[in-house]
Design a protein around this ligand. Structure first.
Ligand code: ADP
Length: 276
């Protein structure tokens, strides 16, 4: 599913004294099957952008085209529901949203809620729990008896079992130890590659941006200030200067690549260009 923002503006508490412009006239596209990173300082509009992508927030002005569905300020619940069905969101600390009596019931909740048949929902839930290495012996346990890492996997399985075409990850590794961090990111990478789904990662971790994403969109003060191939950031002196403190390994990698004359041709060039 391709998602396009047309002149999208998002204002909190519109027409009140607390009115706040969070996204300002954004035009951009998320193409099918691409791994995107959204970066920007706190308050730049990342979270507003991803909530607008899956219909949790409606535009104040402008439009969101999600496949054939059009979302506007006054869209109907039916259209919003359709978008939510196709665009899955892994929130920060997703384990906080577990609530059912058993692990299996928790994972099945989303798919059933989306209208999936009970038997199919169970099959898919078991499949994704297995994929996330949750042992079958735990399926009937309470999710609250699991370790923190296992709880997060169960919550992620619940999103995957809905089989979204677009998967949004909001700081998915927050609070994880380095080993679980890598495991989680590798899992999303596998899902992206094997299932061909679009992934949209919001993160402050520049190493993850360079390791996993193909394209980056950079927000600042509610505006989309730049977008383009991640690899092009590596060859951009100004951007490298900005990342030098946050991600010294990446700067080193960029220089190594340059020294070796390596061009990463496998990344398609047709999606976007830096716009600054
Ligand atoms: P980020 O995810 O990049 O930190 P947000 O999208 O959360 O940015 O916020 C964008 C701007 O909108 C910020 O200035 C923030 O203070 C404001 N904002 C976010 N949520 C609300 C809200 N519920 N009510 C009012 N202002 C908000």
């Amino acid at each position: 599913m391709r998602i396009t923002f047309r002149n999208l503006t998002s204002i909190y508490h519109q027409n009140t004294p607390f009115e706040h412009l969070a996204l300002n006239d954004i035009n951009t596209t998320f193409e099918e099957g691409v791994y995107y990173g959204i970066i920007g300082h706190t308050g730049s509009g990342k979270s507003t952008m991803i909530q607008t992508l899956n219909g949790l927030l409606l535009p104040s002005r402008g439009e969101v085209h999600a496949g054939d569905i059009l979302l506007k300020k006054k869209s109907k619940q039916k259209d919003i529901h359709q978008v939510k069905k196709h665009v899955g969101m892994v929130f920060q600390f997703p384990e906080h949203q577990l609530f059912e009596e058993t692990v299996l019931k928790d994972v099945m909740f989303g798919p059933k809620n989306m209208g999936m048949d009970e038997v199919v929902a169970q099959e898919k839930s078991e499949y994704y729990l297995n994929l996330l290495s949750i042992d079958e012996s735990l399926f009937q346990s309470s999710p609250f008896d699991l370790s923190g890492g296992q709880m997060r996997k169960v919550a992620i399985a619940g999103i995957l079992a809905m089989e979204p075409e677009v998967l949004i990850l909001d700081e998915p590794t927050a609070g994880l130890d380095p080993k679980s961090h890598i495991e989680t990111m590798e899992l999303f990478q596998r899902i992206h590659q094997e299932m061909g789904i679009t992934v949209i990662l919001v993160t402050h971790d520049m190493n993850d941006v360079f390791e996993y994403t193909d394209y980056v969109k950079i927000l600042s003060g509610g505006r989309l200030v730049r977008e383009g191939r991640t690899i092009d950031l590596l060859t951009d002196e100004k951007m490298l200067g900005r990342f030098a403190l946050e991600a010294p390994d990446i700067v080193k990698l960029a220089h190594d690549l340059e020294d070796k004359g390596i061009v990463l041709d496998e990344i398609p060039r047709n999606v976007g260009h830096f716009t600054e």
